[in-house]
Design a protein around this ligand. Structure first.
Ligand SMILES: [Zn+2]
Length: 261
């Protein structure tokens, strides 16, 4: 018999392990050499494609599944997740509006403050989405058993690898150092065990919230991709590279999420 403390510990450790895979992905930036402006746009577009696919395949679709498994019909399950998505996008729009336009983060020499604001909002959206992902792992352990929680933790851990790389290359692309980019990417993954703890310890509260929060995280991501990242990568006449790089990132993530996740 597994005690409730064991479940909470498992939910926490499972989501911590998944979150730490972010660092594994972020370590990939050691392979990247000097960046031309074209390569910056290519990397940033790939990051946007990764997060676009993650929004669909690891947030929206699992959110709909969750709502249905809680007894909602398909139509109302979709509407719940859509409502969450619109709320998430609206929240990011408000944050975006009231974020200081300059000196948002102390820029290192040679970094344009406007790019910084865009990248930091993108990273904020990626960080936020790790909370419901961790929550899903925690709820998975609490509602079912290890057989239910473990594959979920592994699947989410796998899709955190490209996400960690996405954060790290975004920071590298705007001129931060390799170590700084790696460090920030690793920190974004640490919201995952917080969500995991919440999901496992307060499962009766977390379960009905999960479809809303999964939808909300997707909305935040979609807002920032459309509002900032795509325009940013199409500003310097590399639209063709940017579009195909976005599609490449999307493809890799779609494969990971649907086949391995
Ligand atoms: Zn994710």
């Amino acid at each position: 018999m597994v005690s409730s403390w064991d479940i909470i510990a498992l939910g926490f450790l499972g989501s911590l392990g998944a979150g730490m895979m972010t660092a594994v992905g972020a370590a990939g930036i050691v392979l990247i050499r000097k960046l031309s402006s074209r390569n910056e746009d290519i990397l940033l577009s790939a990051a946007a494609g990764i997060m676009l696919a993650a929004s669909i395949f690891s947030l929206l679709l699992p959110g709909i599944d969750q709502a249905q498994s809680q007894g909602h019909e398909q139509g109302s399950a979709v509407l719940i997740v859509l409502a969450g998505m619109l709320l998430g996008a609206a929240l990011l729009a408000v944050i975006h509006k009231y974020t200081p336009h300059q000196h948002f983060q102390k820029p290192e020499p040679g970094i344009d403050a406007r790019h910084l604001r865009r990248i930091w909002l993108f990273i904020l959206a990626i960080t936020l989405h790790n909370f419901p992902e961790g929550m899903a792992v925690g709820v998975g352990f609490a509602n079912g058993n290890i057989d239910n929680g473990l594959p979920l933790a592994i699947g989410i851990g796998l899709q955190n690898i490209p996400e960690g790389l996405a954060v790290a290359v975004s920071l590298l692309a705007v001129g931060y150092s390799r170590w700084y980019s790696f460090g920030v990417a690793t920190l974004t993954g640490l919201l995952e065990p917080v969500g995991g703890l919440f999901g496992a310890a307060l499962v009766s509260v977390a379960t009905p919230l999960l479809p809303w929060i999964l939808g909300g995280a997707a909305g935040a991501m979609l807002f920032i991709i459309s509002d900032e990242i795509i325009p940013e990568t199409h500003r310097r006449n590399h639209e063709g590279f940017a579009t195909f790089s976005l599609l490449t990132g999307f493809s890799v993530m779609m494969y990971l999420d649907t086949v391995l996740g």
